[in-house]
Design a protein around this ligand. Structure first.
Ligand SMILES: [Zn+2]
Ligand SMILES: [Zn+2]
Length: 224
């Protein structure tokens, strides 16, 4: 597994049968930096066979369209992401969001400006409805993809058999100044966030690899 940090977002490359599975992209303007960092570790963009989008936010799907165009990677995503990806927009429904922060950032109005190049989903992509995706059969990776909503309605996590959990923004590891360190900064539904954490732990998550911040022990989530 390789971690590549692109601005505030960590993306992860996992070895699969015929190349790599990439978990998330970053903002649209980080594509060149990504290619440069791939070159440094001797990976060609064409070796990326799958792009798993943990959710549709612009710091995750920002350069997905460009990556898919240049690599031919198949997208793995939850079906709830589809309308936002295809319009290159963010879901403005953040009613459960931390109100103080929302006020501070003028978030609702900001979100509508957070656009990114639209991502067209094709028949060959994997659009998930639940937890039944056969990761091993499709990619050779021993693990599963779990539906982990709360931060957003389309959040999914990849859990490997060894307990490594790639969760996108379902959990974070941010500086305390931004609030409770493992809680997502933006939330659609806090109850779902906690349910998703329980699900990850009960399914065997041991180490959490968040999109924002360093990896941490899944046990830390039990303190909430
Ligand atoms: Zn997000
Ligand atoms: Zn994010």
């Amino acid at each position: 597994m390789k971690t590549i940090t692109l601005g505030p977002t960590n993306v992860y490359l996992l070895n699969v049968n015929n190349g790599y599975l990439l978990i998330d992209t970053s903002y649209p303007d980080k594509y060149e930096l990504f290619v440069q960092k791939l070159n440094e570790i001797n990976i060609n963009i064409s070796e990326i066979k799958y792009l798993l989008l943990t959710h549709h936010h612009n710091d995750h799907a920002g350069f997905a369209a460009q990556l898919v165009k240049n690599s031919g990677a198949k997208i793995i995503v939850h079906k709830a992401a589809k309308p936002y990806l295809e319009n290159g927009r963010m879901d403005p429904d953040l009613k459960g969001v931390n109100l103080r922060l929302k006020f501070m950032l003028g978030l609702a109005s900001m979100l509508s400006q957070f656009t990114y190049p639209p991502v067209e989903l094709r028949d060959t992509d994997y659009i998930l409805e639940d937890d039944t995706f056969d990761l091993l059969k499709e990619t050779g990776l021993n693990g599963s993809i779990l539906y982990t909503p709360g931060h957003s309605a389309d959040s999914i996590s990849l859990l490997l058999a060894d307990g490594s959990a790639f969760v996108g923004d379902a959990a974070m590891n941010t500086p305390p100044v931004l609030g409770a360190k493992h809680r997502p900064i933006f939330i659609q539904d806090m109850t779902s966030v906690y349910k998703s954490w329980k699900k990850l732990i009960s399914m065997g998550a041991k180490e959490i690899f968040p999109a924002h911040g360093k990896p941490f022990s899944a046990g830390e989530l039990k303190n909430y």
